[in-house]
Design a protein around this ligand. Structure first.
Ligand SMILES: Nc1ncnc2c1ncn2[C@@H]1O[C@H](COP(=O)(O)OP(=O)(O)O)[C@@H](O)[C@H]1O
Ligand SMILES: [Mg+2]
Length: 233
């Protein structure tokens, strides 16, 4: 089967010239549909840069990136934003919810950008909120919810349009241990129902809960291994 994500010899150089930073220095990796992956590394190792590439938020200096069969490494900003909309559900460390919209309103947003009609949108948003256990918080605003609940809204927003890839950047970075556990269980559940889930983290404990771990250091993949106890799941 063709990989969902195929990156070959990707480089990202910030400030080319004397003060250049080689944030990605020859990264190659493939991720198949349905995988549950953690990209882990210390601060400054290139995680966010790689996330920006995988998430079509930025383009590389060189190298190729095929997402779902499309070459996205040479796309214009407009083309990238279309691909983002269709292919990626984002979850961020800081939740990034709109303060004056309730949970349903937040979850509906990406569906509006996809041109989905109001009734279908509402139904999909409700479904997604039920999936993350927030059926009783649908009309609550972010300020009326705990951090863990807000991140569950963000997860619902990421999955509502059923994008092929769920991309989470330090999704538990702002959460206490109980909420961290809840979010990880939800992400694992998404994986088990066939979604492709990629978590970017600096946290070893998070990486241990994920099936495949890609360790990045100084912009290069240093290790790419499978967690034994997660096999067969
Ligand atoms: N926009 C930028 N301009 C210049 N340097 C950057 C920029 N973004 C990141 N960097 C540098 O690239 C390297 C990788 O950063 P980043 O991808 O944010 O790492 P991580 O997310 O693992 O902490 C770091 O040395 C960082 O300082
Ligand atoms: Mg980062």
């Amino acid at each position: 089967m063709e990989p969902l994500i195929s990156i070959k010899d990707m480089h990202k150089i910030y400030n080319p010239g004397e003060n250049e930073v080689r944030a990605l220095d020859g990264v190659s990796l493939e991720i198949h549909e349905g995988e549950f992956v953690a990209i882990i590394g210390h601060s400054g190792s290139g995680k966010s840069t790689l996330m920006n590439m995988i998430g079509c938020l930025d383009t590389p200096t060189s190298g190729s990136y095929f997402l779902h069969g499309k070459d996205v490494s040479r796309m214009t900003d407009n083309e990238l934003s279309d691909v983002r909309n269709q292919e990626i559900g984002f979850i961020f460390q800081g939740f990034n919810l709109i303060a004056n919209l309730d949970a349903i309103g937040n979850v509906e947003l990406p569906l509006i950008y996809r041109g989905i009609d109001r009734k279908t949108r509402r139904a999909a948003a409700k479904q997604a909120l039920i999936k993350v256990g927030l059926e009783k918080r649908m009309t609550h605003k972010p300020s009326e919810m705990s951090g863990g609940q807000q991140q569950r809204v963000a997860v619902a927003r990421a999955i509502a349009a059923s994008p092929p890839v769920i991309l989470a950047d330090e999704p538990t970075g702002n959460l206490d241990s109980k909420s961290t556990k809840e979010i990880m269980q939800i992400l694992e559940g998404l994986h088990k129902s066939g979604r492709t889930v990629i978590i970017i983290t600096h946290d070893n404990e998070i990486a241990e809960q994920v099936k495949r771990v890609i360790y990045i250091r100084d912009g290069r993949i240093e290790q790419d291994y499978l967690n034994e106890e997660k096999q067969g799941e």
